[in-house]
Design a protein around this ligand. Structure first.
Ligand SMILES: Nc1ncnc2c1ncn2[C@@H]1O[C@H](COP(=O)(O)OP(=O)(O)O)[C@@H](O)[C@H]1O
Ligand SMILES: [Mg+2]
Length: 268
């Protein structure tokens, strides 16, 4: 479980996150919001690239913000970025192998091969990443994220710019990450479409939002079709909430979505 408490990030005069309070539980969690809402900033805080002005994050009982970024990788955080990070001149296998892993020797090799097999897409471990399609390169990035026994996987708009067929395959893969790795997975997107296209509509029931308390919402209407893992969606920086979306980010101080304010300020 990831507990985010009163998290604020400021870049000079820009407040990217303003008193964010959220709780993510096991499974795939969607985090949505318009451009500039602070979604990537939130990931940067979790992965250690950005130091927040205030607030805290507890991950499975550990104080994440006290760890250096390389200790977080060792702890089990993995992420993908909005821009491609896989190295074109290296093989798929070598790209995955460079991810931190507690495994050694043949167990490490098996884990790499299983991660590549898990993402599918007809990718040969021995192909150079530069020879792959855009969708396959995204899958390599997901393979890197699931390798090495991760505990928390952060996916930042992984399907952006992909054609429908490749998006469908990718979202199917994402859906299976928790059962493959056991990792809590947070999927960022700026609207509901990606989460919905995974086959699990994110909307289903609205949570009642109590002032000053984070709430968690579940796609109850889809539970029978998708029994596990459950999907929750949080709205980040939503200036206006989608009618059937789930809004659960609340400000203790003002009793309203904190990033609604920052979303307006930060909108590009
Ligand atoms: N390094 C930075 N320096 C200054 N402002 C930044 C920086 N990174 C992000 N921001 C600002 O913070 C806000 C949130 O950005 P971001 O987290 O990238 O939003 P999202 O991922 O939701 O689109 C935006 O207004 C953006 O311009
Ligand atoms: Mg972003």
């Amino acid at each position: 479980m990831i507990d985010v408490k009163d998290l604020s990030v400021k870049y000079g005069g820009v407040t990217s996150l303003d008193g964010m309070n959220l709780r993510f539980e096991a499974g795939v969690c969607g985090l949505i919001g318009p451009n500039g809402a602070g979604k990537t900033t939130f990931f940067n805080v979790l992965s250690g690239f950005v130091r927040p002005a205030s607030g805290g994050v507890t991950a499975f009982g550990d104080d994440l913000l006290r760890m250096t970024h390389y200790r977080r990788a060792r702890w089990g955080i993995r992420r993908t970025f909005q821009t491609e990070q896989a190295i074109s001149d290296l093989t798929v296998y070598d790209n995955v192998a460079m991810i931190h892993s507690k495994l050694r020797g043949s167990a490490h090799r098996d884990d790499i091969m299983q991660s590549i097999e898990f993402v599918g897409g007809g990718i040969s471990p021995w192909a150079k990443v530069g020879s792959l399609t855009a969708g396959q390169r995204r899958l390599v990035e997901v393979a890197r994220a699931v390798a090495g026994k991760p505990r928390l996987i952060l996916l930042d708009e992984p399907a952006a710019g992909l054609p429908d067929g490749e998006t469908r395959h990718l979202t199917g893969v994402i859906k299976n990450i928790p059962s493959h790795t056991g990792a809590l997975t947070i999927l960022v997107d700026h609207d509901m479409a990606l989460v919905s296209s995974s086959g699990r509509p994110a909307a289903g029931s609205s949570s009642s939002t109590r002032r000053g308390r984070p709430t968690t919402a579940r796609a109850t209407s889809t539970r029978r079709r998708w029994p596990a893992p459950s999907v929750r969606t949080e709205v980040c920086g939503a200036a206006s909430r989608p009618a059937n979306a789930i809004a659960s980010s609340t400000s203790p101080r003002r009793g309203r979505a904190p990033d609604a304010a920052s979303g307006r300020r930060c909108a590009r």
